[in-house]
Ligand binder design. Structure first.
Ligand SMILES: [Zn+2]
Length: 247
C-alpha cells in the first residue's frame, strides 16, 4: 500500500457479526414498498454500480487469474475509489477515506471482494498496463485466500499484517520474474518499486522480538500506510459499521 503504485489489501474487523465491517454487507432495512430509498441504500447502490475502465479491465483479467478456482471465481471486482468514499460517508473513518488516495493498485478486506484503483484515463502502454494489473490481481488473490482461511478476520496487529504481505509479495515476485523482457516496463518499474519498499520488512533486525510499533514505523516510513492510519489499530483501515456486499 502506499504510493501511486502500491498494491494492497488488508483486513477487516474481528467481530464481523457484532460490528459488521468490510464488504459483506448489510442489508438494512428492507424498505417498504414505495418507501423512499434510504441514504445508505443509495450509497451502496453507488458503490455497486461504479465501473470505471480499470474495473472493467480488471474484471476481464481476473477471469484468467481465477481460472477454475471455486473461491476466486466468486470474487467480485469493484472500484476502490468509490468504496473509499462510500465507506467514509457511512462510517466517518479517516483511514477508509484515504485508502484510494494512498494509491494502492488494489486492496481487499475480504474473501469475496477485490477493489482496484486507477487513473481516470488509461495510459497508452496497454500491454504494460495489463501486466501490472494482472500481477496486482495475483497478489490480491493471495489475500483473498488468507481472508478465506481466517473467515474474513483481519490481522489484529501490524506485525501480522506484514506476515500476510510477505506471502502475497512472494507471489508478486514470482509473477514479475516470469514476465517477458519486452513491453513490460510499466509493470516492472511499478512492481519492482513496491518490492523494494517491502523487502526485508518481514525479517526485522535483531532477535525479531521487536515491539509492534517497529512495524508501524517501518510501514509508515516506507509510505505503505495512509497518513490517517491509526498506529495502534490496523482495523482502522477497514470499513466498519457497515458492510458492502458484492452484487
Ligand atoms: Zn498486499
Amino acid at each position: 500500500m502506499g504510493d501511486e503504485s502500491r498494491t494492497d489489501r488488508i483486513v477487516a474487523s474481528p467481530a464481523r457479526k457484532a460490528i459488521g465491517y468490510g464488504v459483506r454487507a448489510v442489508h438494512v432495512v428492507a424498505a417498504a414498498k414505495g418507501a423512499k430509498i434510504s441514504r445508505k441504500d443509495a450509497l451502496l447502490k453507488k458503490f455497486r454500480s461504479a465501473r470505471p475502465w480499470y474495473v472493467l479491465r480488471a474484471r476481464k483479467l481476473w477471469l484468467g487469474v481465477a481460472g477454475n478456482d471455486p473461491l476466486l471465481s466468486q470474487v467480485w471486482i469493484g472500484d476502490l475509489k468509490t468504496f473509499s468514499s462510500v465507506g467514509y460517508a457511512l462510517t466517518r473513518q479517516a483511514g477508509v477515506r484515504d485508502l484510494w488516495k494512498s494509491g494502492f493498485n488494489a486492496w481487499t478486506n475480504s474473501s469475496r471482494l477485490v477493489l482496484v484503483n486507477g487513473q481516470p484515463v488509461p495510459p497508452k502502454d496497454q500491454r504494460g498496463l495489463d501486466d501490472r494489473l494482472r500481477i496486482t490481481l495475483l497478489h490480491e488473490a493471495v489475500h483473498v485466500g488468507q481472508f478465506e482461511d481466517t473467515r474474513d478476520q483481519p490481522p489484529k496487529t501490524y506485525r501480522e499484517m506484514v506476515g500476510y504481505e510477505a506471502k502475497a509479495y512472494a507471489e508478486t515476485k514470482k509473477a514479475l520474474d516470469q514476465l517477458e523482457p519486452q513491453g513490460t516496463d510499466l509493470a516492472k518499474t511499478n512492481q519492482a518499486e513496491i518490492l523494494d519498499f517491502f523487502t526485508g520488512l518481514d525479517k526485522p533486525p535483531g532477535n525479531g522480538k521487536l515491539p509492534d510499533s517497529y512495524f508501524v514505523d517501518e510501514l509508515t516510513a516506507r509510505g505503505l500506510l495512509p497518513n490517517s492510519a491509526n498506529p495502534k489499530d490496523p482495523a482502522s483501515l477497514y470499513v466498519r459499521s457497515v458492510r458492502m456486499e458484492p452484487p
